[in-house]
Ligand binder design. Structure first.
Ligand SMILES: Cc1cc2nc3c(=O)[nH]c(=O)nc-3n(C[C@H](O)[C@H](O)[C@H](O)COP(=O)(O)OP(=O)(O)OC[C@H]3O[C@@H](n4cnc5c(N)ncnc54)[C@H](O)[C@@H]3O)c2cc1C
Ligand code: SF4
Ligand code: SF4
Ligand code: SF4
Length: 386
């Protein structure tokens, strides 16, 4: 027996209340339900079409991300927006055909689907690379170029950056950099936690008044909280302006873990010239060759805090920088605050950086990775397969 799509009760085939729409016959228990359907369904179908043009998201996605992990609140929004979904045994279930229109997923209060929800507030997004001849960075060396501009123009007194330890290769050492050579030495990413707040405090205490701070999302949050919390170090921050330069961050690994991993692969940390995480793989460059490993192999060494982290793009920064979304050797730049926007564009205007606006397909790659991180809290193990 067919189901009334409005009140979800079974109705006879030959009910006098029906509507033919999109090649399908819908049957109702009463004229009231038919009227509601005629009024509402047309706009829902229009919405479904507009979403379907962008992306195919099926009920399976809602099941995987929200229902199965047990974070569905049983609000009923999905069932109310689609006749193919019914709440049965205290769970939304697919009871009809799914056309992967994405409405239920986008409607659900538990999914995060808006740009602001996924990457925070931004003013503009760019793809950029250094215009300083010979300068090399992790991606487009944009962070280092901005620091060079800030120091050379006298906009900043120093920068908090992270260099590799001389004694223990690839061990992160956070430092106060005051010269071009010192910021250039710090270029590149080290995939272990860096205790960046210590040199920041020290710089403030030494009397630095304008400081560029480079750090991962969690580092940026530490500064953000200090600036905001009445129980933090507000009195120190009254003495200095801090430009928060956030690095996109999906994972870090324990230093000892990376060392063990490298040794197990028959290599030595001191021989590795560069490490790069890209598209689910860890690339390690040695003088002889580029070794590429599935990131899942490093999972045992992943810092436990990163499993519970949902901020890919350093949402509390003035500017955020990452490799995802942009061609190799370019950096994705998100300008967030007015200060971040102005300084980045000044560095471009003064010939330190080459930049163009990020294209929508490139932004989608950033949003997809951000989404993966937002929902990882709910299903940690799935990232291994992604
Ligand atoms: C741990 C970590 C994980 C990352 N994960 C991702 C990711 O999943 N996806 C993505 O798109 N991008 C990620 N990034 C950002 C990316 O690797 C680049 O840092 C970013 O694209 C900027 O590139 P760049 O060439 O402009 O920077 P560069 O000019 O090379 O400057 C990099 C700056 O990063 C600082 N730095 C290096 N290591 C650390 C550290 N451990 N903690 C704090 N500061 C550090 C250096 O001091 C330097 O100033 C990650 C970065 C780090 C450090
Ligand atoms: S709203 Fe219905 S048709 Fe659209 S994705 Fe969800 S279950 Fe499928
Ligand atoms: S819309 Fe989301 S939270 Fe509400 S019932 Fe459906 S799956 Fe559950
Ligand atoms: S994943 Fe999150 S917690 Fe882990 S280092 Fe990156 S920003 Fe910090």
């Amino acid at each position: 027996m067919p189901m009334d799509p409005i009140c979800k009760i079974k109705v006879p085939e030959d009910t006098p209340y029906f509507t033919e729409y999109g090649g399908k016959k819908y049957r109702f228990c009463s004229p009231e339900c038919k009227r509601k359907f005629d009024h509402l369904e047309k706009s829902v179908i229009r919405l479904k079409r507009s979403i379907a043009e962008q992306d195919k998201i099926s009920f399976g996605h809602l099941k995987r991300d929200i229902i199965k992990p047990g974070i569905c609140t049983l609000c009923g929004a999905c069932a109310a927006s689609c006749e193919s979904i019914a709440i049965e045994d205290e769970q939304p279930r697919l009871v009809g055909k799914c056309t992967a229109c994405g409405v239920c997923y986008n409607q659900c209060p538990r999914t995060i689907t808006t740009e602001e929800g996924l990457i925070g507030k931004i003013r503009n997004a760019y793809s950029a690379r250094t215009a300083i001849p010979g300068l090399k960075g992790q991606d487009g060396a944009v962070v280092t170029s901005m620091l060079a501009y800030g120091l050379e123009e006298g906009l900043i007194d120093c920068a908090i950056v992270t260099v590799k330890s001389d004694e223990e290769p690839w061990k992160p050492v956070p430092v106060i950099a005051k010269t071009y050579d010192e910021v250039v030495e710090a270029a590149g990413s080290i995939y272990s936690h860096s205790m960046t707040i210590e040199p920041l405090m020290s710089a403030v205490k030494q009397g630095m008044r304008s400081i560029a701070f480079v750090g991962t999302s969690c580092n940026i949050d530490a500064v953000y909280k200090m600036q905001k919390s009445p129980y933090g170090f507000l009195h120190l921050f009254m003495r200095a302006n801090i430009l928060k330069m956030g690095l996109f961050c999906m994972d870090t690994f324990s230093y000892e873990g990376i060392r063990e991993f490298v040794l197990n692969k028959g290599m030595r940390l001191e021989d590795i010239e560069a490490m790069k995480i890209r598209k689910g793989r860890m690339e390690m460059q040695t003088p002889e060759e580029l070794k590429v490993f599935d990131l899942a192999e490093l999972d045992p060494y992943r810092s436990s805090s990163c499993r519970y982290c949902t901020d890919l793009t350093a949402e509390n920064a003035d500017l955020s920088f990452g490799g995802v979304g942009t061609p190799r050797n370019w950096t994705t730049v998100l300008a967030r605050s007015g200060l971040g926007y102005e300084i980045f564009n000044e560095a471009v205007d003064n010939g330190y950086i080459e930049s163009r606006l990020l294209e929508s397909n490139e932004m989608n790659n950033v949003l997809n990775l951000a989404k993966m991180k937002k929902i990882q809290l709910y299903s940690v193990s799935r990232r291994k397969k992604a």
